[in-house]
Design a protein around this ligand. Structure first.
Ligand code: FES
Ligand SMILES: [Fe+2]
Length: 433
């Protein structure tokens, strides 16, 4: 029986390798729900999803059902979605608008900030019953940066500022692309499930090593990937056309890591000067009109490919979107992909971004399907007792300080970013023990 002491947890992560149980063991999964998803700062929603008072979306953080709702006074609230009487989930639609929230069971009614307004047949209430004690609980801690609302379900822990740290720049990199300085996650979502552990998807977003092999079907005879941004004629050079060896441009990509398991990969080299289409050109004009030519050029100089806010929020800077990874069980994971609209950009540019996401990250897209098959095969393969260990040692000892970003950097063909994720995993799993 696994009791989850720091001593026991520490034995699962060694330099350059992790025990296969971290992907397959139900006891470990339960501890992750409590110690990571019940404790770390987690994405709860984006304010653009709830523009008007009473607007809400429902979600789950780990296993905790929540409501992200705009209160009458305009503040975004994160409420735990459980009736304070006998426990039903109060709000059951994925999204909507409500003047008040009424529980299906006995009709208790809550305000949009969770305050209990009315109970049915109040004359039957016990003498000590006080409505003030029976509101919908709020997430204990809440933080917001440029519309991204995060919560921690624990009373104590590092502050939101400490958690986010230098990753603010990665959010800025995305949001600054909007001529009006705001992004909108209001264009629906893609959602897929895969039969594999959640960490497989988290690791994958900063794994450039797999791309030339896993996604070989996405490149043309010249070794270039299909275009993933509006205005590009073709995508990145991933392999050398004739030899089919990984292209030097691809090998030159870097990964960066900072505290708490966060990290990113450097930009994908593309022919920036040749990026042009009616939609993209109109977008550039709208951005320049708001921020000036120089700043526009600075903003559109790509810096980040994919950023990860550990444990489960990924921001893609190439074909822009936000992805939230939610564990369901040790071998089942839900992933929600939100397309992004840039506020103030022409409609045709925003539509083009959304359309491109259908091609890359929907459940039936050219890119995502390759990864999902790898995750599924990994989960099946890990049942094998061939070895207890999973190798993550590529590039060990080659990490170096990056003074520009105040981060640690290494080749993105290596596995530093995944090792950093396991340091954060150890931190959360042991600190709460
Ligand atoms: S359980 Fe919700 S009103 Fe009774
Ligand atoms: Fe991939």
């Amino acid at each position: 029986m696994f009791d989850g002491t720091p001593d026991e947890i520490s034995k699962l992560v060694e330099p350059g390798r992790v025990h296969r149980r971290v992907y397959t063991d139900n006891d470990i999964f339960e501890l992750e729900m409590e110690r990571i998803f019940g404790r770390a700062w987690m994405f709860a929603g984006h304010t653009s999803q709830i523009p008007n008072p009473g607007d809400y979306v429902t979600a789950d953080i780990g296993r905790q059902p929540i409501m992200f709702i705009r209160h009458k006074d305009g503040t975004p609230q994160v409420l735990l979605n459980r009736c304070a009487h006998r426990g039903p989930k109060v709000c059951n639609e994925p999204c909507g608008n409500a003047k008040a929230l009424t529980c299906i069971y006995h009709g208790w009614t809550y305000d949009t900030d969770g305050t209990l307004l009315d109970v049915s047949m109040p004359e039957g209430a016990a003498p000590h019953f006080d409505k003030k004690d029976f509101g919908l609980a709020k997430a204990p801690r809440r933080g917001e940066y440029r519309g991204f609302v995060f919560v921690s379900l624990a009373e104590k822990g590092e502050s939101f500022d400490e958690f986010l740290g230098p990753m603010k720049a990665n959010i800025d990199d995305l949001v600054d692309r909007a001529p009006d300085g705001e992004i909108m996650l209001d264009a629906g979502m893609h959602r897929y499930y895969f039969r594999g552990n959640w960490k497989l998807q988290v690791e994958n977003v900063l794994d450039s090593y797999h791309v030339p092999y896993s996604h070989a079907s996405t490149v043309n005879k010249k070794g270039e990937q299909f275009s993933r941004r509006e205005g590009d004629k073709e995508g990145a050079q991933v392999v050398e056309g004739k030899s089919a060896k990984t292209a030097d441009a691809w090998k030159g990509r870097r990964s960066y890591v900072v505290d708490f398991g966060h990290g990113w990969t450097s930009n994908t080299e593309l022919k920036e000067g040749e990026r042009s289409s009616p939609a993209y050109d109109a977008y550039k004009d709208s951005l320049a009109a708001k921020v000036g030519q120089d700043r526009m050029e600075e903003i559109l100089e790509p810096e980040f490919h994919n950023s990860l806010l550990y444990p489960n929020c990924s921001i893609m800077g190439l074909n822009i979107h936000v992805r939230i990874i939610r564990p369901v069980s040790a071998d089942l994971t839900e992933v929600t992909v939100y397309p992004i609209r840039l506020k103030g950009a022409p409609d045709e540019m925003n539509s083009a971004n959304i359309r491109l996401l259908n091609v890359t990250h929907s459940a039936t897209s050219f890119v995502q399907t390759d990864d999902l098959e790898s995750f599924r095969r990994t989960q099946v393969g890990l049942q094998s007792l061939q070895s207890d260990w999973i190798d993550l040692s590529r590039g060990m000892g080659e990490e170096e300080a990056d003074p520009h970003y105040n981060a640690t950097r290494e080749s993105a063909m290596h596995e530093m970013a995944i090792r950093a994720q396991y340091q954060a995993w150890l931190y959360y799993m042991c600190e709460a023990a």
